[in-house]
Design a protein around this ligand. Structure first.
Ligand code: SIN
Length: 305
């Protein structure tokens, strides 16, 4: 029997395959397609303290091998999340990790305090990396701010803390290092890469917000590179994200150094994928002679120069 459990400091998951925030709604939307009990964790759409209307349309566009979005953290706010979605989410037989974003550290702390009163939650993922709202990436581009928000959230709530980082920086290693030193149980790498799409005939940007975040298979090589670089430099469990759509993709992230992964854009066109990957992962680990996921984490062999 293969042991699919993974431990990311205080966060323990039944398997390493999670579904990423913003690609799975609040789970109800996916109930017809997914066996929630098979998932490592569900991360619902980012919650902010107050409701947000999000950015003007168009807010998504398909591009070569990827998806550009500029949603702008459209959500009904924390009160509505607690009133309308939390009971349902907590009734599902899988780990639920709430993804939160604030305009400043105090907002993150207030949300963490409130959600910390629900010990049935598996953890908090801090969205310090949204490229589509003003100030959204500030925490994720400055190591001091990243450390401050992680440390204060950790103090404010008993729940495990994951910092979701942006790739839109010169050196993501220093941000991951700061988050880890401040007490992050794990870092999720990476949120979307800034990009744009243009309708040249109309001389207009396609996204209402002009610039958006690119996800999907187009970003996988860059996300893999980042996971590997951070894994070499920082002693913190990594959750790999970026264009995963097959078991080979999952294995590549794990070998690069990820202890777990999130399936994102692929949920939109293949909502049953995460369930399938869990089954395939078991078989593949067995074939590789592994007893558990940890046997494969960070096993990439790089030629010495
Ligand atoms: C959005 O709502 O704009 C996307 C979320 C994110 O990139 O963090």
């Amino acid at each position: 029997m293969i042991d699919l459990n993974v431990q990311l400091n205080r966060l323990k998951l039944a398997n390493p395959i999670m579904v990423a925030s913003g690609t799975f709604g609040y789970a109800r939307e996916m109930a017809a397609f997914v066996d929630f009990r098979g998932l490592g964790a569900i991360i619902p759409k980012t919650i902010t303290p107050q409701p947000r209307l999000g950015n003007p349309p168009s807010r998504t566009v398909e591009v070569s091998s990827g998806l550009l979005n500029s949603i702008g953290l459209d959500n009904d706010g924390l009160d509505a999340f607690v009133a309308k979605h939390l009971d349902y989410l907590l009734s599902l037989e899988t780990a639920i990790i709430a993804n939160i974003a604030g305009k400043n550290t105090d907002e993150f702390v207030q949300m963490a305090e409130r959600l910390g009163k629900y010990p049935q939650l598996a953890g908090l993922e801090l969205n310090i990396s949204c490229p589509n709202v003003s100030g959204g990436v500030d925490f994720g581009t400055d190591p001091e701010l990243a450390a401050q928000v992680v440390a204060r959230v950790r103090d404010a709530s008993p729940l495990p803390v994951i910092a979701k980082l942006t790739p839109n920086v010169t050196d993501i290693v220093e941000i991951a290092e700061a988050a880890a030193e401040a007490g992050a149980d794990a870092v999720s790498l990476v949120n979307t890469f800034q990009g744009m799409a243009i309708d040249w005939r109309r001389r207009k940007p396609i996204l209402g917000n002009v610039i958006g975040g690119l996800s999907g298979p187009a970003i996988k090589p860059m996300a893999l590179r980042i996971v590997w670089q951070v894994a070499q430099a920082v002693n913190v469990p990594i959750i790999g994200i970026g264009g995963i759509q097959s078991l080979d993709d999952v294995m590549e992230f794990i070998v690069a150094g990820a202890t777990a992964v999130q399936i994102g854009t692929a949920n939109f066109y293949n909502p049953g994928l995460a369930n399938k990957l869990v089954d395939q992962l078991s078989e593949a680990l067995q074939e590789q002679g592994c007893q558990c996921v940890g046997d494969l984490v960070g096993t990439l062999q790089v030629p010495t120069r």
